[in-house]
Design a protein around this ligand. Structure first.
Ligand code: HEM
Length: 142
């Protein structure tokens, strides 16, 4: 999956605008994930998984920080997320199908904050980004 220069511009411009919401969008996406796809909760038996709990918010912030690094290094997503790739494959053993589910939830959260700015081109750009991130996080399974 290749991000065009237009995709990159759209992602970076809209991501910057999320600034004030950055602390909460990860928790919102995870809350949606656990609600819409409850099977994903099995990976977090040690968390309080009630909507927007401290555990969910705190973990959401870590996920968003990783996405933020990827967005700042769109030319080297693989290198940027290398440690997380090992972690998810060897330690956590997250079934890669779950990355697609989380991406769906992020799309809804992004749309809810960006409103009309989350148009078809922006959607496509983030869809490609989440594909790239999922590819990296699941490549060690092959
Ligand atoms: C941990 C990122 C998708 C399950 C983490 C951590 C980060 C992260 C940054 C913390 C690593 C650390 O503390 O050193 C991401 C990103 C994802 C993603 C960027 C995709 C966009 C998923 C999915 C699942 C999952 C889809 C399962 C449904 C876990 C679990 C942990 C973890 C179980 C360990 C939680 C803990 O015990 O603290 N992930 N993750 N991740 N992730 Fe992911």
């Amino acid at each position: 999956m290749v991000l065009s220069s237009e995709d990159r511009q759209l992602i970076q411009a809209t991501w910057t605008k999320l600034g004030p919401h950055m602390d909460k969008i990860g928790g919102e996406a995870l809350t949606r994930l656990f609600c819409t796809f409850p099977q994903t909760k099995t990976y977090f038996p040690h968390f309080d998984l009630s909507p927007n709990s401290k555990d969910v918010q705190h973990h959401g912030q870590k996920v968003v920080k990783a996405l933020d690094s990827a967005i700042k290094h769109l030319d080297n997503i693989r290198g940027t997320l290398a440690d997380l790739s090992d972690l998810h494959a060897y330690n956590l053993r997250v079934d890669p199908v779950n990355f697609k589910l989380l991406a769906k939830c992020f799309h809804v959260v992004l749309a809810s904050h960006l409103g009309g700015e989350f148009n078809a081109s922006v959607y496509l750009a983030y869809d490609k980004l989440f594909h790239c991130v999922a590819d990296v996080l699941s490549e060690k399974y092959r």
